[in-house]
Design a protein around this ligand. Structure first.
Ligand code: PEP
Length: 288
């Protein structure tokens, strides 16, 4: 069934279809430049037991490079996975200060965040380098969590589509099937201002629509799209209740085992339902 949809992000009018589909949610914590080895070990001591029944979702924590090994050791025998916050686009060579995908994979990591807005803002990452790093992560056997998100609420749809076009579109079908996308509106990261569930859902719909245009209906149905931006225990459940939101990328609230444990467990409750998936149709009309 097709119907008109007026996006709460204020930019787009799209048609969408509905289908029922099951995607395993991913709840990922991004610790940024926080915690030393002792803090990492003590986090997992509490966190492990708090989430040992969260079977309906994948749980991933991304500490700093220095603490990946401690995290891998602390999560052995659990369902918690460990990811890096970045990687180099090259596998090895004269790249001082860089860490490659194969090095990260060899430690036992499963994921790598790529193109986080803080990397784009402070370290000059571009859509082009995001694409290269995404491919490098896939080649190394890691799941890239590819971040996209507008800086300003105004023209959000246009900014998102541009990032998709330059950072994701050039992937092959096989590569696209290996990625997770994170929608992170920059204005919501670390600000305490979360996108409303409706606004986030509209952006996810738009991204999924673009995925359908570029990679086909099945690929769009299968790709997991996470929301990130000031997620806390008190808003996680309503965000995860949106059919197109397949998980969360959590910064500040992932540093505390109790608060991140609550987010994981709330999301697990939501995940136990079969999600009714919507995807945006190809035609996207700017509203002026
Ligand atoms: C992030 O770092 O990706 C993030 C969403 O941070 P926060 O949850 O603190 O806004």
């Amino acid at each position: 069934m097709r119907s008109a949809f007026q996006s709460p992000i204020g930019l787009l009018r799209v048609g969408f279809s509905k289908a029922t589909h099951m995607r395993t949610p991913v709840i990922c914590g991004n610790w940024k430049m926080h915690k030393d080895a002792a803090g990492t070990a003590s986090f997992f001591e509490s966190f492990r037991t708090l989430v040992d029944r969260s079977e309906n979702c994948e749980v991933v924590i991304c500490p700093s490079f220095l603490n990946l090994e401690t995290a891998i050791r602390a999560t052995r025998g659990t369902r918690i996975q460990v990811g890096a916050q970045n990687l180099c686009w090259a596998t090895e060579g004269a790249f001082t200060g860089e860490v490659s995908g194969p090095m990260i994979r060899a430690l036992g990591c499963s994921h790598a965040i790529v193109g986080h807005s803080e990397r784009r803002k402070y370290f000059g990452e571009t859509n082009e380098s995001v694409l290269e790093k995404t491919v490098a992560a896939i080649d190394a056997g890691l799941t890239p969590i590819v971040c996209v998100g507008e800086h300003e609420k105004k023209n959000a749809g246009k900014a998102l589509m541009e990032q998709f076009r330059y950072a994701i579109d050039a992937l092959s079908d096989e590569q696209f099937a290996r990625i997770v996308i994170a929608y992170e509106p920059v204005w919501a990261i670390g600000t305490g201002e979360t996108a409303t569930p409706k606004t986030a859902a509209a952006a996810h719909l738009l991204i999924r629509g673009q995925a359908k245009d570029s990679f086909g209906k099945e690929a769009a149905n299968n790709v997991r799209i996470l929301y990130g931006g000031s997620v806390k225990p008190d808003n996680a459940k309503s965000l995860m209740a949106q059919p197109g939101i397949d998980g969360l990328l959590v910064g500040g609230a992932s540093l505390d085992p109790v608060s991140f444990g609550a987010i994981v467990n709330l999301s697990t409750c939501q995940a136990s339902r079969t999600s009714s998936m919507s995807y945006a149709k190809s035609r996207v009309i700017e509203r002026g």
